[in-house]
Ligand binder design. Structure first.
Ligand code: GLU
Length: 317
């Protein structure tokens, strides 16, 4: 059979996955499989790494039946590829050194007419002399000389999304390759043509698609799925209560039961991943955040699984 591309789940190994992260992983698997794609797992370990978390996360995913069709890729092992890409952009005259501190950027961004959260281009036009002087004070970050103000992507759930594209950081001033560069390089190198992830990353998609197009790489299709939120509207976090497989197993709820809860929250049959895949339809994925009350999660999980999903079994608000 011809290769048909791949979808992926790409966690940062900063700690155990909670039910919200696992739900995104289940969705990434369902989107990939329902479109005949392979499913890959990539560990995004350039930053925010906690010892042991990678092994823990892979075991959690496997416990739900989510394994990578190709060996798991670690970003920390792709450095050469990132360096080559940086060189390519540099050869195109698209890289410049930035000496701004966080504070400089915050101050510049609060100036009248500045777009909040966007880099205002302070170091874009520094002359060689000034750069040499600044280099002696502080190692530079490397930024992309962006030629557009906005870029758009098509998202399966959100439709066409146009967002500002600023001079994104390609390499931080501590030498670490930026998430935006790494993700674009890795998705292309792994043949990933479908990106399914939390909708907190939707604003980053246009700049990533722009970067891919500058590099002559194919732009993947996107589906940014709703996150799990607490009842207060905050992003669910481990500290919110018994929200990881380990916590829930300690309360007597095995991974299969947690998978059932996740599938019910997606209005899918909760018996197995394959049963869910049989009826999965991307067009009817819930568009609202999954509101989780960690205090009641164990009780909700413990409820006998219905044969068919019913609205009362959802943890949606
Ligand atoms: N590593 C990112 C995270 O865990 C996800 C990046 C992506 O899916 O593009 O939030």
């Amino acid at each position: 059979m011809a290769e048909t591309g791949a979808g992926r789940f790409a966690p940062s190994p900063s700690g155990p996955l909670h039910v919200g992260n696992l739900r995104t992983a289940v969705l990434a698997w369902l989107f990939a499989r329902s479109t005949g794609r392979r499913f890959l797992i990539r560990i995004e370990d350039l930053d925010r790494v906690r010892a042991g978390a990678e092994t823990e996360q892979l075991a959690e995913l496997a416990a739900l039946g989510l394994t990578s069709d190709s060996p798991v890729v670690r970003q920390s092992e792709q450095t050469e590829r990132y360096t080559r890409t940086l060189e390519q952009l540099r050869d195109q005259g698209l890289v410049y050194e930035c000496f701004c501190t966080r504070r400089d950027i915050a101050e510049a961004a609060s100036a009248p007419h500045a777009e909040p959260g966007l880099y205002p281009g302070t170091c874009r036009t520094l002359g060689e002399r000034e750069r040499a002087r600044r280099r002696a004070e502080r190692p530079p970050a490397l930024r992309l000389r962006t030629a557009v103000d906005t870029w758009s992507v098509d998202d399966v759930l959100a439709g066409t999304v146009r967002a500002p594209v600023d001079d994104v950081v390609l390499q931080r001033n501590d030498g670490v390759i930026s998430y935006n560069l790494a993700v674009v390089v890795d998705d292309a190198a792994q043949g990933i043509d479908q990106v399914v992830r939390g909708d907190d990353l939707l604003p980053s998609a246009p700049r990533q698609a722009y970067l891919a197009s500058l590099l002559g790489l194919p732009v993947p299709s996107y589906a940014h799925v709703p996150l799990a939120l607490t009842q207060q509207g905050r992003r669910l976090a481990k500290r919110d209560g018994a929200v990881t497989l380990e916590d829930l197993a300690a309360l007597g709820h095995p991974p299969s039961t947690v998978l059932g809860l996740i599938l019910r929250s997606l209005d899918l049959p909760d018996v197995s991943l394959t049963a869910a895949l049989d009826v999965f339809d991307a067009a009817v994925v819930p568009r609202d955040p999954w509101v989780v009350d960690p205090a009641h999660l164990p009780a909700i999980i413990a409820r006998p699984a219905p044969r068919q999903s019913a609205p009362t079994d959802k943890v949606h608000q």
